[in-house]
Design a protein around this ligand. Structure first.
Ligand code: FPP
Length: 240
């Protein structure tokens, strides 16, 4: 059931993007290894996807692994890749049941081949689903995405006439082509920066920062973010 918590005039953001920060700190505080925080974080992702769908959010995008995250210790990178592997395989049935359409954004070409294959299967098998769009950013960097988009545009012969290069040309070559820009960006665990996430797409998004670490994030906090969004006045550079 969609929109069951929406009061009559509460706006539900169409697209919510999330920087899931604080897994490591949350685990350390409990005397556990950082990877425990990531495992817990992956469970929260699944719950929040269900909550977002129930609330009536149409697109959810999460930052799972950045182009910079390769510099973490090898054991942590391995643990994160294994979590993503497990997710791609285990969520197929659930996505079918819940009508979820998955798209992985980022440069997939350097990921392990088996992971690339399971991503391809999950994207293909869920492509015709009509429910919530779930974007997972893996080996993703906003600048890298723009560079790849420009390269793609050049390869498609779209840059030959400089006068015809516009937002739609570049936007249409991004990994997120066809997906509306996020209305709301949430970042957990206190930092207030965008860390190379969706640089192009966040141009007019509202930002919501919470001190909660990602493994502690829950529906209540998501509702709080939506309430805050409802108190913002979006002007898109114009006057009101
Ligand atoms: C940031 O916390 C979190 C990450 C770099 C990884 C996020 C990945 C997941 C939650 C798992 C993704 C799983 C699915 C199913 C999409 P941090 O490690 O930087 O924490 P810290 O700032 O406290 O060190």
């Amino acid at each position: 059931m969609k929109d069951r918590n929406a009061t009559q005039d509460r706006k539900i953001p169409v697209h919510v993007a999330i920087i899931m920060d604080g897994n490591g700190r949350w685990a350390k505080r409990r005397g556990m290894p950082r990877t425990f925080g990531h495992t817990q974080g992956a469970k929260v992702v699944e719950q929040i996807l269900e909550d977002a769908d129930e609330i009536g959010i149409q697109y959810l995008t999460v930052y799972a692994f950045s182009t910079e995250n390769w510099s973490r210790p090898e054991t942590e990178v391995k643990a994160l890749m294994n979590l993503l592997r497990r997710y791609m395989k285990s969520s197929l049935a659930k996505c079918a049941k819940n009508n979820v359409r998955v798209r992985v954004i980022g440069d997939k070409s350097v990921l392990a081949e088996d992971l690339q294959e399971s991503i391809e299967v999950l994207e293909r098998e869920t492509a015709a689903n009509t429910g919530i769009g779930f974007q997972i950013a893996i080996n993703y960097g906003g600048r890298d995405e723009i560079v790849r988009a420009v390269r793609r545009a050049a390869q498609q012969g779209l840059l030959q006439d400089p006068d015809r290069i516009d937002d739609d040309v570049i936007g249409g070559c991004l990994d997120t082509a066809g997906i509306p820009d996020p209305d709301l960006l949430i970042r957990t665990c206190g930092e207030q920066r965008i860390s190379n996430f969706l640089l192009w797409q966040l141009a007019y998004s509202e930002f919501y920062f919470t001190d909660k670490a990602w493994p502690e994030f829950d529906r209540e906090e998501l509702e709080r973010a939506i309430d805050a969004f409802n108190h913002r006045e979006r002007r898109y550079g114009g006057l009101k």
